[in-house]
Design a protein around this ligand. Sequence first.
Ligand SMILES: Nc1ncnc2c1ncn2[C@@H]1O[C@H](COP(=O)(O)OP(=O)(O)OP(=O)(O)O)[C@@H](O)[C@H]1O
Ligand SMILES: [Mg+2]
Length: 352
Amino acid sequence: MARLSIEHLNKKYGDLTVVDDVTIDIADGEFLVLLGPSGCGKTTTLRMVAGFVPPSAGKLTIGTRDVTTLPPWKRNCGLVFQSYALFPHMTVAENVAFGLEMRKVSPADRGPRVAEALRLVQLAGFDERYPRQLSGGQQQRVALARALAMEPDVLLLDEPLSNLDAKLRQEVRVEIRDLQRKLGLTTIMVTHDQEEALTMADRLVVMEKGQVRQIGTQRELYEKPADRFVAGFIGRSAFLDGEIAAPGRFRTKGGLDIACGAATATGAATLALRPERIAVADEAAGCANRFEAKVEHASYLGALLDIHVSLSEHDRMLLQIPNRQGAAEPKPGETITIGWGQDAGLVYPRED
Ligand SMILES: Nc1ncnc2c1ncn2[C@@H]1O[C@H](COP(=O)(O)OP(=O)(O)OP(=O)(O)O)[C@@H](O)[C@H]1O
Ligand SMILES: [Mg+2]
């Protein structure tokens, strides 16, 4: 168990920088989730921490040890990958013991450590089975047991649940998190799944193009996205392009005049609104900003309705309204009144 510090980490392949000046401090026992689009450098970052990819620059510290140039087996990181990578010809116990054998742990010591790791992932008694005799979720737990048997200082999980179906994912998700808390393991997990990230993380890191865009709690990322990318990536946002004509006044490309407290510095800008901040029909009555909107498309999502509307030829946006029993569902072609307060939006420099 230890604190992990990643400082100014950089990775270049030829001329291409795939990890660009990444700095993240992870507290002892913290569960940090790395999120970002495909190819943004998540796996490369994890592999550098584990010692499988040498950094081009930067420093890695686990506890008080500078591990930047140490080989993987001296870093004591436990790794679990997307493909469980179990050896098919070895039993569960042999799979879990494999890393211990590599590290020359004596056979007498291996047995109890394997048993304890299997007990932790609730697979006691599965020792003699082969991977093909296990479900996907059980195989994933064997992979986790193999990492835990090493008694790692830091646990690194690279999309460990992506091979599982939705229901199993949720179960294993809870198991991993409980276990991580119980053992107080400093953990970094990579995932594509936002819900997974939001439910599991103590803090999240959003990466794009090799760079950290924002680090924060779920609430910080959702309510105060640092830039337009994060506003679109974490949860959903409606974006309106335009400019700030005067402090507090945002003018869209389509000519709508919007009262917006966040509009301070003048110039080309994008207004971002969370869909649930937009009120519809009677509920829009008291709002500082009110517009007639034409419904273009409506999707039924169970608890919510997604409504795409246009406010002008150039201004389109997404609303989400609760699906209330008996309430009329807006239909394409209908005109509805929508509104939001002047504190509802965030403003970012325009990226076009
Ligand atoms: N050995 C390599 N040689 C050259 N380029 C590489 C190498 N490994 C990774 N890359 C490139 O580095 C970038 C980051 O890759 P990485 O695997 O870290 O992305 P990722 O964020 O994990 O993506 P995904 O979500 O798809 O797993 C990609 O553009 C990838 O093509
Ligand atoms: Mg990856």
